[in-house]
Structures are given as structure tokens and as C-alpha cells.
Design a protein around this ligand. Structure first.
Ligand code: SF4
Ligand code: SF4
Length: 368
């Protein structure tokens, strides 16, 4: 099955369209995005991944402007998603899907995913017949392949794959820091997909950039390696070595990141024993440090009624960088949280956001 589903993918690296660069006034820096897309395609890559809610609803439009209106349809593969927050009942799904096609400026999606499924949201996708609607759209030629992105335990994954035969591939959060993590269960979920003969797309291979800006001790471990690559390159090569992985998404935010990732994937080398050992050590250091496992996906900020800069606050907490707290919270401080819990419902990492915000308010606002 896997060869058929991903036959047209030219190279394993895919461009995730959720972290496009922004200008100083918060607009998408579309000229830079065009340059990123141009370089990506020129170097022989063709997989792009968006979703209706990415970048506060602006990602699909940016994809149209930078990609689909500038390149012939057969020169790229486009993945989009049915996201939980944008439909309530079965009748909502088709109009939403059609609006996604229109916003992206295409007549069909190569890949369409049930977005961020977990045990709870799965019930809704079943009760609204989302899988059946996706099947029909596939029969009509508007979707080439149906899949899902997934954030829960391997047991839940097993249940869904047993029940939903329409699923042709699964998008999983896999990176070396989460490989043995009890909550994310990267390895167990990956092995479940292998068991079902279901090919895998990797998301968050660099854990939202967390494996790029490493703790100094982890950095020092990689510094002992010969032919030292970037921190991100080790994370990407870790997932590239997994045989059942067919696409690896990286949410790129700058030309430098596109260049670095292209360099890694032009002729990716399998990790040698020293590199594997360094990765194991780095994973232990990251675990010991106990950082907040935020991947900066911004799903939470899209639903927060007070525009709380949640991922930026968590980044401050992880860096223990008290000085920049005032700067990033000059509009909304952690103590302004209404405790409504909307953010926690959307967080794919299942983080106790309210509790962390309380801690931030206690640590950084106490003196005020
Ligand atoms: S709990 Fe706080 S941070 Fe979360 S959505 Fe509500 S107001 Fe925003
Ligand atoms: S707190 Fe959760 S939803 Fe918000 S950016 Fe981090 S990982 Fe994403």
C-alpha cells in the first residue's frame, strides 16, 4: 500500500506551512515564502502540508499565492486537513472542504487528513460520518488519499486503524526526544503503523524547533562529533532512518531553514554509531531538564479569547529567561488567563496550559 500512496513524492522532506515567516506587523511575509517555495521546488522537493486553521486561517491563502497560482498542478503534492474546530455536523464538512479547495486554489487535494485525532475527537469524527464523507470525496476524485494525523496512545491508534479502513496513512509526532516518551509514545505508535502496513508521515521531527535550540549540555554532546552538522540535521536524520516513514514535515520559517533542511535531505546519510549515541545522550539531557513540551503549533492561541501568547511564555519558562517575559507579555500577561480551558482542548500535546500559566504568573509577576 505504502508504495502506491506516496509514489509521487519526489523526496522525503515536506514543507509544513504552519510557521511561515511574518513581517514586523504580523502579516505573512509572502515574498520570502515565495522564495522558500521556489528553492524547495528547484531542488526537487514537491510535498506541501497546510490546514485550515494554520497561521490564524492564513496558511491556505499563502499556499495559493506562493505555490498553486505559480506552479502547474502536477508539479507539487498538497495535503490539507479536516480540523475539529471547523465543523459541528456532517452537513458542515462538504462546504468546508470546498472552501478549502477554493482557498488553496486547487481542484483536488493529493492528501486529506482527519486532523489531530485522539480518543476524544475520534468520537466526533465517527458521529459526524467524517470518514464516510472523506471516502465519497475520494470516489469523486477530490481527494487522492485519505489519512489522519494522530496524537494519542498506541492503543487508541490500534482501535482507529482497526475500525477505519479508509485510512491509508498516518501522520505521527516522531522525534528522538519523544521516541520513548510515555505520553507521546512515538515508537509504539510507529510500530503499530508498521504492524498495520500503514505508511507514516512524520510531524514535529525537530519538536517545534526545540531540538534545534538545544540545552548547552546537549549541544556539547553533538560538538564532540566529527563532521558536525546542524542540531536539526541530526533530528531529521533520526526519523529519516525509519523505513516506514515516507514523508518528513518540517515547518520552515526562513530561507536559512529551507537551505539547511535541503542540505540534509539532498543525500541523507544514515546515522553512524557515534551519532546514534550522541542522540541517546541528548534525549536523556532533554528529559532530565523537564522542559514544557510545547511545539509552538499555535493551535491554542487561535482559540484563546484574550490572545495569550502561550508558546512564547512557555519558551521563556524553558529558557528560564525572566528578562524577556515583560517584552513578550506587554499586551497580555499570564495572570490575565480566564481559565476557560479552551486552549487545553486544542493542544495536541495535552499540556496543562492553565497550570503552567499560573506558574509563569507566580514566577514573573509576583514582584509587580
Ligand atoms: S484558559 Fe486562559 S490561556 Fe487558555 S484559552 Fe482560556 S483564557 Fe486563554
Ligand atoms: S501549548 Fe499546545 S497548542 Fe499551544 S503552541 Fe504549545 S503545543 Fe501547541
Amino acid at each position: 500500500m505504502s508504495d502506491e500512496v506516496f509514489r509521487s513524492v519526489s523526496k522525503k522532506l515536506g514543507l509544513g506551512c504552519m510557521r511561515f515567516p511574518l513581517t514586523s506587523d504580523g502579516a505573512i511575509d509572502i515574498e520570502t515564502v515565495k522564495k522558500m517555495v521556489d528553492l524547495f521546488i528547484k531542488e526537487g522537493f514537491n510535498y506541501f502540508d497546510t490546514a485550515h486553521g494554520y497561521l490564524n486561517g492564513r496558511s491556505e491563502g499563502a499556499v495559493k499565492e506562493a505555490l498553486t497560482s505559480r506552479y502547474p498542478r502536477e508539479s507539487y503534492l498538497l495535503a490539507d486537513k479536516l480540523s475539529n474546530g471547523f465543523f459541528k455536523k456532517e452537513e458542515d464538512i462538504r462546504p468546508l472542504f470546498e472552501s478549502q479547495l477554493a482557498q488553496c486554489g486547487v481542484g483536488y487535494f493529493d492528501y486529506y487528513l482527519m486532523h489531530a485525532l485522539d480518543g476524544e475527537s475520534y468520537k466526533k469524527y465517527c458521529s459526524t460520518n467524517a470518514f464516510t464523507v472523506a471516502s465519497r470525496l475520494k470516489e469523486e476524485g477530490k481527494i487522492r488519499h485519505v489519512g489522519m494525523s494522530f496524537h494519542d496512545s498506541a492503543d487508541v491508534l490500534r482501535k482507529i486503524l482497526s475500525e477505519q479502513k479508509v485510512i491509508e496513512f498516518v501522520q505521527l509526532q516522531i522525534n528522538y526526544a519523544d521516541w520513548e516518551d510515555e505520553k507521546v509514545q512515538s515508537r509504539l505508535c510507529y510500530e503499530t503503523c508498521v504492524e498495520f502496513g500503514c505508511p507514516v508521515i512524520v510531524m514535529e521531527p525537530v519538536k517545534g524547533g526545540n531540538l534545534s535550540s538545544l540545552h548547552p549540555e546537549a549541544e556539547a554532546v553533538f560538538n564532540t562529533l566529527e563532521d558536525r552538522g546542524s542540531n536539526a540535521s541530526y533530528a531529521l536524520r533520526f526519523v529519516n532512518d525509519l523505513e516506514n516513514v515516507k514523508v518528513i514535515l518540517s515547518g520552515m520559517s526562513s530561507m536559512e531553514q529551507v537551505e539547511d533542511n535541503i542540505k540534509t535531505f539532498k543525500a541523507p546519510k544514515p546515522l553512524d554509531e557515534n551519532e546514534k549515541d550522541a542522540i541517546r545522550k541528548a534525549a536523556q539531557i532533554i528529559k532530565r531538564e523537564g522542559s514544557i513540551a510545547c511545539t509552538k503549533c499555535n493551535y491554542c492561541t487561535e482559540v484563546c479569547p484574550v490572545d495569550m501568547p502561550i508558546p512564547s511564555i512557555f519558551a521563556v519558562m524553558n529558557r528560564r529567561d525572566e528578562r524577556s517575559y515583560d517584552e513578550i507579555t506587554h499586551k497580555v500577561k499570564a495572570s490575565a488567563c480566564l481559565k476557560c480551558g479552551k486552549c487545553e482542548k486544542t493542544c495536541p500535546q495535552h499540556l496543562p496550559i492553565r497550570r503552567y500559566l499560573e506558574q509563569a504568573a507566580f514566577r514573573y509577576e509576583k514582584a509587580n
